[in-house]
Design a protein around this ligand. Structure first.
Ligand code: TRH
Length: 358
């Protein structure tokens, strides 16, 4: 059994802790590893894993020792494998202890996921420490065999099938949402603020297909409230505008969020981890890349689009490209009304309108 220390600093949002937790849990469950997960913001962690108690210095969760990464934290001997998630910078004293070990730990910098081609050349590169006898290696997750791949629990696809066969009716009941009527779209929305939202909501409300929009609490709610003519929205709110039924959900645990993705006909996702989970859900998706300065995220978008649409029939591929580009503010893309008009025609298309990884 190897020992692992995973360090995670939460910058904003939930992607950093989402991926770090997934990795920690997977190592403990599936590899029998002894894992400590050091997190500097346990309150953010609690949002995706409600059992976490933000004020505790140390706690066990699903076989992982979760440790508060504070100024006064006592790290003890470093583990055999050390993961520095997303360049979070390890404490100096801890790095010195790593160097003092008879066998220096394997030190890995876990990077952000991208489909961009340059990732292949950077995955696995070493970075020797300038003073100490230590080397850090860069690990790039990715979509090709030349990268580090993606996290997926061993039983995920079996759990998804089981859910869709046996649990879906109960799932809608548990959310307090009626079962879908024929022809209805169930759509989940997890998004950053987005100028294209209003035109999409207009298209859904004024359209012929009933749409139920399921929105976990988060950054998009003020914009959604504004479109609805309300001051604010909160979990439990259910509002209808013509063909569109909006349902605000509490922010779910990671496992419950998977169920939402599995249950919906279309998922709007963002960042990195929810995008991957929507792919494992094998449902159509619209991705909003994490916005970066000088629209650097548009390169990321185009890189994933190129892979995602490979093998789709040409009309479906164009529809996906248009919708993803508009949703990400790429100039020249048709508006969401046009995108939606085209999207709905593919509902029963013979070719899959999504892309799964195996
Ligand atoms: O929250 P994000 O926007 O995270 C972002 C990105 O990862 C970005 O690249 C990074 O730089 C920035 O954080 C700091 O989106 P992401 O990556 O999809 O992570 C969301 C996590 O939250 C994911 O693990 C799924 C989880 N989640 C829940 O557990 N419950 C929910 O109800 C929802 C909507 C999400």
């Amino acid at each position: 059994m190897r020992t692992w220390d995973i360090f995670c600093s939460v910058i904003d949002n939930y992607g950093d802790i989402g991926v770090s937790w997934r990795l920690a849990r997977g190592l403990a469950h599936e590899q029998g590893a002894k894992v400590r997960l050091w997190v500097d913001d346990l309150a953010a962690f609690q949002r995706i894993r409600p059992e976490i108690q933000p004020d505790r210095a140390q706690q066990a969760c699903e076989g992982v020792t979760v440790c508060a990464w504070r100024q006064d934290a006592v790290f003890g001997p470093p583990a055999e494998v050390v993961i520095e998630a997303f360049g979070c910078t390890l404490p100096e004293a801890y790095v010195a202890d790593m160097a003092a070990r008879a066998a220096p730990p394997v030190w890995v910098n876990l990077e952000y996921l991208s489909a961009e081609p340059w990732v292949t050349a950077h995955h696995g590169l070493p970075s020797p420490h300038p003073q100490l006898p230590l080397t850090k290696y860069f690990f790039f997750p990715g979509y090709t065999r030349q990268t580090g791949g993606l996290l997926r629990e061993r039983n995920l696809l079996a759990r998804r099938s089981e859910f869709l066969q046996h649990d879906i009716v109960g799932y809608w009941q548990s959310l307090g949402v009626p079962a879908p009527v024929p022809g209805e779209w169930r759509i989940s929305l997890f998004a950053y603020e987005n100028p294209a939202l209003a035109e999409l909501l207009d298209a859904w409300s004024g359209g012929v297909d009933p749409v139920t929009l399921l929105v976990p609490e988060g950054r998009i709610l003020p914009q959604l409230a504004k479109w609805l003519g309300l001051n604010a929205l909160q979990a439990g709110d259910a509002i209808r505008r013509e063909a569109l039924q909006v349902q605000v959900l509490p922010f779910a645990s990671q496992d419950d969020y998977d169920r939402l993705l599995w249950a919906c006909d279309l998922n709007f996702v963002r960042g990195e981890d929810s995008c991957v989970r929507a792919q494992w859900a094998a449902r159509p998706l619209v991705w909003q890349a994490y916005p970066q300065a000088e629209a650097a995220h548009h390169d990321k978008l185009e890189a994933l689009l190129a892979m995602y649409t490979e093998g789709l029939d040409p009309l479906a591929a164009q529809t996906v490209r248009d919708a993803w580009r508009r949703w990400n503010g790429v100039p020249g893309a048709p508006d969401m009304a046009a995108c939606w008009a085209s999207w709905r025609t593919h509902r029963n298309g013979s070719r899959s309108f999504f892309w799964t990884l195996s």
